[in-house]
Design a protein around this ligand. Structure first.
Ligand code: NDP
Length: 338
């Protein structure tokens, strides 16, 4: 059994020294337990938060403990009456390791032969659910309104934009680089997508939003949010989903402090700004999402791009890259072959 543990806490961007690969004996399941073989490990931005011991909505990973993460596994040995050998499950108690023993609790059954098992980590799982609830419940877009979303080709942003189009909105993405922007327009069907690394980013975003912005789905914060602010319409909604541009920050942005200007704008334009943590706030509504998203996928109305990288040992480097925008699509590590 191979596993990756948190060796030290990062200051700023994580480095490979913050992780340690360990090799142990394969664990043996007791009565009422199963041995899980990890096929896919999801890498997600929230993992940066769990590496830090700053106070947050969730406990940090302890030093020396296995890194946390969602996995799609197959049952290799079953000592539990409800699980058959070969069956697929979604697990949140396995993390960055090639095998793990688990009780039945916390395992979500995916069936004997799912057509796309890794989708449970992306478009049919946590990121897709995040996009669906944040956009529809907090953003509440109406037909003809303008939605802006950054990290537009990632699993959250791509899903936000495509649901926005299904609801009749104009959708403008923001992404890093020409390839990602082209994908957003040509494959995902966004009306426009602007490169936040472009020298003319602010002017290009303004030109792509001639009627202003009604829903800004906040995934990144920082300079992108600064550019969005002047374009916000009266009664705009901002679901605050993530602030990835700040996850590696060690200090507040340089002054002057613009908080009072922002609060003034929120007041005069009656802007709704609401954060959410997907399973804490919306866990009870997973069924609605599952039903709609399965149907949209079956009808070909939602496109989904994954970046599948081979080998558990490459997970640290891939997570470091995710926080710098190096991934293109939902980042998944293939840990074992099915
Ligand atoms: P992505 O796969 O989209 O990966 C992150 C992307 O963020 C990168 O590819 C990059 O895209 C962009 N990015 C990284 N650094 C910067 C930067 N400095 N400035 C601008 N963009 C940057 O991630 P997800 O779709 O999984 O997650 C998107 C957001 O949603 C994250 O903030 C995450 O924390 C949040 N989230 C929140 C949840 C909640 O419950 N509130 C649940 C799930 C996710 P590009 O190259 O295009 O800029």
């Amino acid at each position: 059994n191979r596993r990756i543990v948190l060796a030290s806490r990062p200051v700023g961007a994580p480095t490979s020294d913050n992780f340690r690969l360990e090799t142990l004996a394969k664990p043996e399941p007791k009565q009422g337990e199963v041995l899980l073989r990890t096929i896919y490990l999801s890498l997600d931005p929230y993992m940066r938060g769990r590496m830090s011991d700053a106070k947050s909505y969730a406990e940090p990973v302890a030093l020396g403990e296995v890194m946390i993460g969602g996995t799609v596994c197959q049952v290799e040995v079953s000592n539990h009456p409800d699980f058959a050998v070969g069956e697929w499950v979604l697990a949140y108690n396995v993390g960055w390791q090639s095998y793990a023993v688990s009780g039945a609790e916390g395992l979500l059954k995916l069936g004997a032969n799912p057509s796309h098992p890794s989708y449970a980590l992306g478009v049919m799982g946590m990121p897709g659910f995040t996009a669906y609830m944040g956009l529809l419940d907090i953003g509440a877009p109406k037909a003809g309104e303008t939605i802006v979303v950054a990290a537009a080709t990632g699993p959250v942003g791509a899903t936000v934009g495509q649901i926005g189009k299904l609801k009749g909105a104009r959708v403008v993405g923001i992404a890093g680089g020409a390839d990602k922007c082209r994908h957003a327009v040509e494959v995902l069907g966004f009306d426009a997508c602007i490169d936040h690394k472009s020298a003319d980013f602010a002017a290009e975003l303004a030109a792509a939003c001639p009627d202003g912005i009604d829903v800004y789905f906040e995934n990144v914060g920082g300079a992108v949010f600064d550019t969005v602010i002047p374009l916000l319409n009266t009664s705009a909604r901002i679901p605050v989903c993530g602030l990835i541009s700040q996850y590696n920050a060690t200090e507040l942005p340089a002054g002057p402090d613009r908080l009072s200007l922002l609060m003034g704008l929120i007041l005069t334009k009656r802007i709704k700004v609401q954060g959410f943590i997907i399973f804490d706030d919306y866990g009870h509504r997973y069924g609605e999402f599952e039903q709609d998203m399965s149907q949209w996928l079956a009808e070909g109305k939602i496109q989904y791009r994954e970046q599948i990288e081979q080998g558990l040992e490459n997970a640290p480097e891939q997570l470091i890259g995710l926080l710098e925008g190096k991934n293109f699509g939902k980042l998944v590590i293939q840990v074992n072959q099915p």
